[in-house]
Design a binder for this molecule. Sequence first.
Ligand code: NAD
Length: 422
Amino acid sequence: MKRARKKCGVWLIGAHGGLATTMTVGTLMARRDLVSKAGLLTETEPFRQLALPALSDLVFGGHDVRQTTVYQSAYDIYKDTGTFDLEKLQAIREELEEIDQDIRIGTAFNCGATIRRLAAAKARKRPGTLRAVIADIQGDLLAFKDRHKLDQVVVVNVASTEPPLPPSPALETAKGIRAVLDADGRKALRASVLYGYAAADLGFPFINFTPNVGSLAPGIQVIARKNGAPFMGNDGKTGETLVKSALAPMFKYRNLKVLTWQGYNILGDRDGQVLANPENKRAKIRTKDGVLSQILGYPLHTHVGIDYVPSLNDLKTAWDFIHFEGFLDFKMSLQFTWQGCDAILAAPIVLDMVRLAAFAQGKGESGLMTWLSCFFKSPVGVDQHDLHFQFHHLMDYVRVHLEGGEWKSGLVARTGQVRLPR
Ligand code: NAD
């Protein structure tokens, strides 16, 4: 019997950004077969056997603090980075223009000076109350769901990196967050917290692809879980950190002692411009740190530098120098240079996660999607950074569902057993 098709909304916070636009354009092109589905893990076996939403079942909308159009954002990317073919872009122009109807002005509340400078006046406006901002966000989400008669809406945070929030005990519990909102306690929260809370409160699945950890503050996680929403974050793993988490285990497998791992990243475009502010950069470096010592099991000298080089646009370059010691204490080194296009690497994995989050909610699962840890630099609730382990964890999840089983959260972490993919 043919499965009834379900329509799945994808609500992008940062809808006019490089990553969101690349994801939207890529989906529209791929579903018309104008481009291949390369980069999408969910288009390979055994993922294809899962009842995931098809690319043609996805409907896009979102918030941004800048006022432009999806087509204009796409055209700018074509001009600056050249990742889209102009003729193919023209072929989907009308569909892109329709998406504009579903993009609303978001809030730049307490996002720091760099993001405020990007934002339109309406997004910068001092909000009435925090509760009122949340009601507006939720109003936009519910109207989108109604307008397109969507079965579910997955909310994805792909907005700019905010300066990190000082730790606040109030965000640790659901009660604490509600109390802050009731008291209109503005200093404790940034926009990312308001978006995260809005989605959790509605029970919508949430993916935090940014280093803005407030979106998935512990109190928000409690609310989301209670309302039947699966969620996962933080900060997509697409470049230098991805290579690190694949390569570091090799040193462990040969008992080669890593003494130093020094990394230097240069990138252009808006993301690079935002990260050029030391405050915003601090959030990014924080999620990049900690990967190596966890995998290797000992402390080592590490440093990650990030600099803004406007002419590179979205083509990021990372140079890593690894100094290590072997038999007879002899010192050797490995260097690699990674030249990736940020949005091209990120867009398909966001799509993969949207489809898997929709699937999880359809199965009645809620809470942390630990099996998505391989997609994050700082996976919430998972202290295992080894990419191989994380990937097997994902494969375990898929296999449990293909065998008709019920997924028990933390299965691998509890049993310590990892089944290799067949
Ligand atoms: P971008 O600057 O091109 O896009 C960010 C968008 O968010 C912009 O359109 C901006 O106007 C919008 N925005 C900022 N604050 C907002 C708010 N409060 N509400 C709504 N919209 C807001 O950046 P990008 O390259 O698309 O990256 C997006 C995010 O994903 C960044 O936080 C980045 O660090 C993270 N990320 C990207 C990658 C990758 O592209 N490979 C990897 C990991 C993490």
